[in-house]
Design a protein around this ligand. Structure first.
Ligand SMILES: [Zn+2]
Ligand SMILES: [Zn+2]
Length: 210
């Protein structure tokens, strides 16, 4: 009797497994956070739970990677952000839905003074720099809460791009383009209704194309 119940459970289990396989593979995919260079593990960890909540996926922090040495521009004192995306493409695990590089160095792309981050849209890889998110960078007193809020907004914003969402005109939406930290501080960590809809659509169409 006990055996039969176990067998029945096994059959139900495998039926569910087959029926849900496409969806299941998607669900098992993870968002990986990859720290580059010297990073405080606690700082990186503050991103994990909020990203899990926002994207409803498992978020795992990977081992620290060396800064991409060829990406350093000594004259600017900055790293080319695109190099982080290239490195991520080489190293991300097979079950990666999205990979987010986090670095505590200043980033640039050729025609801009600096960038808070960069992402492939749509795609799998994104990077954020936390250097300019600290109030101390601007000679203001340390504020860990504000610093964390900014990191979460930047991470959600860049990952939003990887899900195919573009910039939003709503200044309260996380997808609003931050020209400065004033913009970052004004907006919330969440997608507005329109962007949320776009995000869900892209998640669904991503399933179909597989
Ligand atoms: Zn953006
Ligand atoms: Zn929006």
């Amino acid at each position: 009797m006990v055996k039969r119940t176990a067998l029945a459970l096994l059959i139900i289990g495998s039926l569910l497994g087959n029926g849900a396989s496409l969806q299941g593979d998607k669900v098992r995919e993870k968002i990986y956070i990859v720290p580059f260079g010297k990073m405080d593990p606690k700082t990186v960890e503050t991103l994990r739970r909020p990203l899990e909540r926002t994207f409803e996926m498992n978020v795992v922090v990977l081992q620290e990677q060396p800064l991409p040495s060829g990406a350093y521009d000594a004259a600017r004192g900055q790293y080319l952000s695109t190099a982080f995306l290239d490195t991520l493409r080489r190293i991300y695990p097979e079950d990666t839905a999205k990979a987010l590089a986090v670095a505590d160095v200043d980033l640039y792309v050729p025609r801009l003074n600096f960038v808070f981050g960069e992402a492939e849209r749509p795609g799998k890889v994104a990077v954020i720099s936390i250097t300019r998110l600290r109030p101390e960078y601007y000679g203001k007193p340390e504020d860990l809460e504000l610093f964390s809020e900014r990191m979460i907004k930047e991470a959600v914003h860049e990952l939003g791009h990887t899900f195919g969402v573009w910039h939003c005109l709503n200044p309260r939406c996380v997808m609003f383009f931050s020209n400065s930290l004033m913009d970052t501080d004004r907006k919330g960590p969440d997608f507005c209704t329109a962007c949320e809809k776009q995000l869900k659509q892209h998640v669904r169409s991503g399933d179909k194309s597989r």
